[in-house]
Design a protein around this ligand. Structure first.
Ligand code: NAD
Length: 330
């Protein structure tokens, strides 16, 4: 059985080759992203394996079907980039990796909070230039602060538990509250209360029609003056232009983003010799209180191992039994 991978990096190949020693699929790796222009590269593949910034719309799915592809295996949790209705119409089954290491992303969100708060990135550069001054590095104790967690699924839950460990008061908002979290002392409140009371707001919901631009001009106006906003989920959760306005006014005191609305044109590539045309990200990168990382929340050894193992196991299960617990239902 042949699997064609799109958007691969050297590390994908290392982890999938290692995992494939127990599956023995025929793996073909392509660097390019999957979209209408590149779908023609598929040759005799039964399965296509795609990632977060591949654009799997109705046209791509129709062309995939014409080429005989029966399974779309996402090597990620989110599936907002797939037209599920078109997948069903073209009889292409979609599987994903719902939980590979929620800790990887939750810990990255915490790393962003710690960096923005204690400014270790600035200290690192200063010390290398023999500047031992502390001026400008002032932070705050996280202990006792109120942290708002929007979305308490796998990642949000892991994040809540780390924040409880820091001695924070944790407020949460989710359409499906988790009773285990309530028992552990997390308080479920309305989104409005969460935004009004939290010193740090961290987003952990998927991108859906309901969550798109969840952080917008009106929700930002509810936030505490100078609050920190962290987004390790999907760029579309934030109206970036509204956030830039709030950074300028000081309403948002710090921003940490591992995801960005237009990231497919930028992330996972070395563009250091290129003129960036996206003025919005350029503006974001110019703020001293903004930290941008390029979708690396998932990037741990444990997560990549789990992603490779689960993706290949999903394909085997679906092709041999016709069923898979990790199938995305449309
Ligand atoms: P999950 O499905 O376990 O949890 C999502 C939670 O969001 C659920 O509890 C759900 O009830 C809640 N939710 C859904 N719609 C909501 C709404 N309208 N309002 C409030 N809550 C809502 O997902 P997860 O594994 O925790 O992942 C969360 C997201 O993190 C993924 O969808 C993906 O976009 C992102 N992610 C990012 C990275 C990264 O590398 N930065 C890696 C993995 C996942």
């Amino acid at each position: 059985m042949k699997i064609t991978f799109f958007s691969t990096q050297p590390y994908d190949r290392r982890f999938f080759n290692h995992s494939n020693s127990t599956f023995s699929f025929d793996l073909e790796y392509l660097d390019t992203a999957l979209n209408e222009q590149t779908v023609g590269l598929i040759r005799n593949a039964d399965v296509v394996c795609a990632f977060v910034n591949d654009s799997i719309n109705a046209d791509v799915l129709r062309l995939m079907r014409e080429k005989g592809v029966r399974i779309l295996a996402l090597r990620c949790a989110g599936f907002n980039n797939v037209d599920l209705k078109a997948a069903r119409e073209n009889d292409i089954r979609v599987v994903r990796v719902p939980a590979y290491s929620p800790h990887a992303v939750a810990e990255h969100a915490v790393a962003m909070i710690m960096t923005l708060n204690r400014k270790t990135h600035k200290a690192y550069n200063r010390i290398r230039e023999q500047n031992f001054s502390l001026e400008g590095l002032l932070g705050f104790d996280l202990y006792g602060k109120t942290i708002g967690v929007v979305g308490t699924g796998n990642i949000g839950k892991a994040f809540c538990s780390i924040m409880k460990g820091f001695g924070c008061r944790v407020l949460a908002y989710d359409i499906r509250p988790d009773s285990e979290l309530t028992t552990s002392g997390v308080e479920y409140v309305s989104l409005e209360t969460l935004l009004r009371q939290s010193e740090v707001v961290s987003l952990h919901t998927p991108l859906t029609n309901d969550t798109r631009h969840l952080v917008n001009e009106s929700s930002i106006s509810l936030m505490k003056e100078g609050a920190m906003l962290i987004n390790t989920s999907r760029g579309g959760l934030i109206d970036t232009k509204a956030v830039i306005k709030a950074l300028k006014s000081g309403r948002i005191g710090a921003l940490g983003i591992d995801v960005y609305e237009q990231e497919e044109k930028l992330f996972f590539r070395d563009l250091s010799e290129t003129i960036i045309e996206d003025d919005v990200i350029a503006r974001l990168m110019s703020f001293p209180n903004v930290l941008v990382t390029a979708h690396q929340g998932f990037f741990t050894r444990e997560a990549l191992t789990q992603i490779a193992n689960t993706t290949l196991a999903n394909i085997r299960e679906l092709s041999f039994t016709g069923k898979c617990g990790n199938e995305v239902q449309s």
